[in-house]
Design a protein around this ligand. Sequence first.
Ligand SMILES: Nc1ncnc2c1ncn2[C@@H]1O[C@H](COP(=O)(O)OP(=O)(O)OP(=O)(O)O)[C@@H](O)[C@H]1O
Ligand SMILES: [Mg+2]
Length: 372
Amino acid sequence: MTNIRISNLVKKYGESNAVNNVDIDIKNSELFILLGPSGCGKTTTLLCIAGLIKPEEGEIWFDEQIVTSAEKNYYERPQDRNVAMVFQDYAIYPHMTVFKNIAFPLEIKNMDKKEIEKLVHSTAKSLGIEELLDRKPKQLSGGQRQRVALARAIVREPNAFLMDEPLSNLDAKLRIFARAELKKLHRRLGITTIYVTHDQIEAMSLGDRIAILNKGEIEQIDKPQTIFDLPKNLFVAGFIGSPPMNLIDGSVKEENGTVYFTTKKINYKVPSEFSIVKELKGKEIVLGIRPEDIKLSKNESDNSIKATIEIIELTGREFEVHLKVEEERIIALIRNIENFKINDVVNLIFDEEKLHFFNKETGENTYYESRK
Ligand SMILES: Nc1ncnc2c1ncn2[C@@H]1O[C@H](COP(=O)(O)OP(=O)(O)OP(=O)(O)O)[C@@H](O)[C@H]1O
Ligand SMILES: [Mg+2]
C-alpha cells in the first residue's frame, strides 16, 4: 500500500511542456484514473512515476520516500521503485509458456522454485487462467493474454500498478468483463493503481477518483460522479458525457429584480438558487445543460424555450433530438418520441437543478466551489 504524491511535475519536449505543473496526491489503495484526449500527457506522467523518464521540475514521493526530485537531481532507479507497469501492448514473451511468463519476474529475484510454483498457480487461478499455464501466448485470446500480463504484474507484489490503456486492444464485450475483473482484483489486493485511459466510460466505471488532463495540465480531480454532475470548467463540461453538455453562449440581465440568461433569442429566467450569476453582469457567460436534463413539451410553460426539431436519431434506448433555437443548436435525450416529429416547434424545459453557469473568460463553473 503506497501513497503516491506528485508535486509540480514538469516534463518538456523541446519548447513544449508535455506535462505542466501537475500536482496529484494519490491515496493508499486508490484506483486513480488519468483521463484526457490524445497527447495530453497521460503516458508521460506515468513514465515519470515509473522512473523511466526524468522530469525537468517537480518531485514524486512514495509514502515518506522521495523517488524523483528534479531540484536535487535525484532519481531512484525504476527497478528499485517496485512498480509494475502494464501497457497497452502487454509485452508478454512469445517464446515462453504462460507459466514461464508469470514466473519470470520471480526467477529473476531468485525465489525458491517451490514458492514460485505455488504463487504462479494461485495467481493464475484467481484470474481464471490456471488451465492455460502450459500454452504459448499465440494460443491465447487477447483477453487471456492480457490476464497473463496482469498475473505477471501481480506476482511481484508491487508498491503500485501503473496501467496504460491495458484494455484498449480488447473488443467491446471482453472489455466490459476485463474491466469488472480488474475492479475485483483491485478490491482484493488493495494495491494503489494509476490507470490511464482516454475512454470516459472506462474511467467512470473503474475509478475511485479521476484526474482530467488537458494539454499537460490538470483540469479537475474528483470522484466520477462529481466530474459528471459538477464539471469544474468548460473543458470538463464539454469533454465528459456523450453527447456532451449543451453549452449556450449568452449574458446576464436583471429586470425588476429578476435575473435572466439571455441570447439573441433566449430569455431564460435564472432560478433563484443561481442568483449570484448576476455578479457576472456585463460578462460573457455560458449556460450548460446536459441533453438528459431537457424535457420536450407541446405546451408552453413558464420559462420554457421554443425550439424546432431538426433531426431525431435513435441511439439504442433513447432518442437524440437535435433542436434549433435560432442559430443555437441544442441536443436533448429523451425516451419517448411518440408526440414529436421533425420540423415540430416544441417547448424545451430545463431541469432547474441541473443547470450550470460558466464564466466564459475563465471557463470556471460559477458554482463549483460552493456546491462541491
Ligand atoms: N519522446 C518524445 N519526444 C517528443 N515529444 C514527445 C515524446 N513523447 C511524448 N511527446 C509529446 O508529449 C505530449 C504528451 O504525450 P503523451 O504520450 O504523454 O500523451 P498521452 O496523453 O499518453 O496521449 P495518447 O492518449 O495518445 O497515448 C504529446 O504532445 C507528445 O507528442
Ligand atoms: Mg499514451
